[in-house]
Design a protein around this ligand. Structure first.
Ligand code: AAO
Length: 509
């Protein structure tokens, strides 16, 4: 019994579920493939003033450099060492970015690739982002160092073929990536050393890659070795935020729930289902969202990380399939983002992408490997900012779209408020409030919306933050008058580019 109490206590101490964002900053943006120098600028010039809480960065560890295909984005998911030079910049640039973002109140989350090293066919040489020598055939990575003793070959030397066999999933190779033996004290130590170095540099937490392929007990041990966060930026004793990538759409041997105790977990059902509902596939309707969240069989809200799309499923990798909404379907994408950010479920991640030459053949993108906008030598291009505040050079910057940015602010304003005043027309017109702080109305039907609704808001005139912005006492978008009874009349045509309206306490005129 005593032992059990101690075990529970240790479990609670390890529970790293708090995103460590500044108060009332609720959302993280994934600046996929951005250079460190650009992220630092973006924290200062855009993310801080617009209420973002943190940034998920692409893997900073040294990776293989692949030239066939030409510098694919996924080369960064093949570590060669834990040195910190990557396609996004040098260790100094990384450090500078973490410091500058922290200074303006933005937390940095590192995508930690600790399940494996490069692919078995990675070859031998110095084709790595810091130029370190390695030999994939011999499993020799001297810059860590790891040798063939540090891999799971004694358990399995083949690729995962059967996802219903838990031993295969966790001991064999994910798409031929050399699988680290995380049960070994030495390997655990090296991984923790890498993560602790980043903690010392000031990061607030980690997205842990491919957790399905690691035993929860091994992760428990590694997380247990992590330091508290750097006290220059965080309160003494603050644990790193951990969110684990586990794809669980049901029907496999590994369950997301096995990882709940260790940190948050990515809820892929949210991404797949949100796309299905907004596309109105499978006879789904917005009105069914009344029970969105746990009511749809999702994991508990306090364990969930949610997103409309991620860097994998926006290009057909990972899971979610064709229903997943991306910037390519911008109208529906904005509705999906609005819904996710208005709804209290989970901790939200906004995706920020780059455009590539998508080439679909029978639904499969032949160019799903294409990396970020690059120079001839493969180095990543800077993100230029246009005078209208959009991004140039194929950087999409969804996080700068007015509708998405303003819904991130909406989520901050309504933080902690319950979902209330639900209304729907039995079809694809819905509305709900977050307590008395915010209200959203969506029309995804093929007919007009004309209705008077209880908003839960105090009397006054509000600026709709989807069609415009409040600036001073002016509103560049639609105005909505809420009566002393909390009711207001809404008109939304189904032909509008953005068929939804959002009002909140700070958009009151
Ligand atoms: C590249 C090449 C490979 C080559 C390899 C080594 O593409 O051909 O063999 O190098 O040389 C990324 C890319 C990979 C790339 C890799 C390394 O996506 O293409 O391989 O970098 O460069 C599984 C994992 C999940 C993983 C996902 C992609 O469980 O952890 O695959 N995501 C992370 C990262 C990702 C990265 C890695 C891991 C590796 O986010 O960017 O890979 O570091 C099922 C399973 C899922 C499984 C998927 C895909 O999903 O449930 O666990 O994800 O299959 O294999 C329905 C089902 C759904 C199912 C889905 C797809 O939706 O309901 O459950 O279908 O079948």
């Amino acid at each position: 019994m005593k032992l059990l109490i101690v075990a529970v206590f240790i479990g609670l101490c390890l529970a790293q579920h708090n995103p460590n964002t500044k108060p009332n900053r609720t959302s993280i943006v994934h600046l996929f493939e951005w250079r460190w120098a650009d992220i630092a600028e973006e924290c200062e010039r855009y993310l801080a003033p617009n209420g973002y809480g943190g940034v998920q960065i692409s893997p900073p560890s040294e990776s293989i450099v692949v030239t066939n295909p030409w510098h694919p984005w996924w080369q960064r998911y093949q570590p060669i060492s834990y040195n910190l030079c990557s396609r996004s910049g040098t260790e100094e640039e990384l450090k500078d970015m973490i410091t500058r973002c922290n200074k303006v109140g933005l937390s940095i989350y590192v995508d930690a690739v600790i399940n494996h090293m490069c692919g078995a066919s990675g070859g031998e040489g110095n084709h790595s982002s810091c130029g370190s020598y390695f030999n994939a055939n011999k499993e020799d990575f001297p810059s860590v160092p790891y040798s063939s003793w540090d891999f799971n070959d004694n358990k399995c030397r083949t690729d995962i073929e059967n996802y219903s066999d838990v031993f295969q999933v966790r001991d064999c190779r994910l798409v031929s990536l050399l699988d680290l033996a995380l049960e070994k004290d030495y390997v655990r130590g090296k991984v923790a050393e890498y993560m602790n170095k980043l903690i010392d540099m000031g990061v607030a937490g980690f997205r842990v890659d491919a957790c399905k392929h690691m035993w929860p007990g091994d992760l428990h041990n590694v997380y247990g070795r992590l330091k508290s966060l750097n006290t220059t930026w965080f309160l003494p004793g603050t644990k790193p935020f951990i969110y684990q990538e586990v794809i669980d759409l049901g029907g496999e041997s590994v369950k997301a729930s096995e990882y709940f105790e260790l940190g948050r977990v990515t809820e892929f059902k949210h991404s797949a289902k949100l796309g299905t509902v907004i596309r109105k596939w499978d006879k789904e309707k917005l009105s069914y969202l009344k029970s969105w969240g746990e009511g749809w069989g999702f994991m508990p809200s306090q364990k969930a990380m949610v997103f409309v799309d991620n860097h994998d499923n926006q290009r057909g990798h990972g899971a979610g399939g064709a229903s997943v909404l991306t910037f390519w379907d911008s109208r529906l994408y904005k509705i999906a983002s609005g819904l996710m950010l208005a709804h209290p479920y989970g901790v939200t991640i906004v995706m920020s992408s780059y455009r590539w030459d998508r080439h679909l053949v029978n639904g499969k993108d032949q160019n799903d490997w294409m990396g970020p906008p690059s120079n001839a030598n493969g180095s990543t291009k800077a993100v230029p900012i246009n005078p209208d505040s959009t991004c140039g050079d194929k950087w999409i910057c969804e996080h700068r779209w007015r509708q998405i940015r303003n819904m991130v602010i909406f989520r901050n304003v309504v933080n902690g408020q319950p979902l209330s005043n639900w209304w729907d027309n039995g079809n694809n017109q819905i509305a709900f409030s977050r307590g008395s702080k915010g209200f959203i109305v969506i029309n995804n039907d093929d007919c007009e919306l004309n209705v008077m609704l209880d908003t839960g808001l105090p009397v006054g005139t509000y600026c709709d933050v989807i069609s415009g912005d409040k600036s001073g006492d002016r509103c560049t978008g639609k105005r909505v008058s809420v009566g002393s009874d909390g009711r207001a009349t809404f008109h939304i045509s189904h032909t509008e580019e953005d068929p939804f309206i959002a009002l909140h306490a700070d958009s009151k005129l």
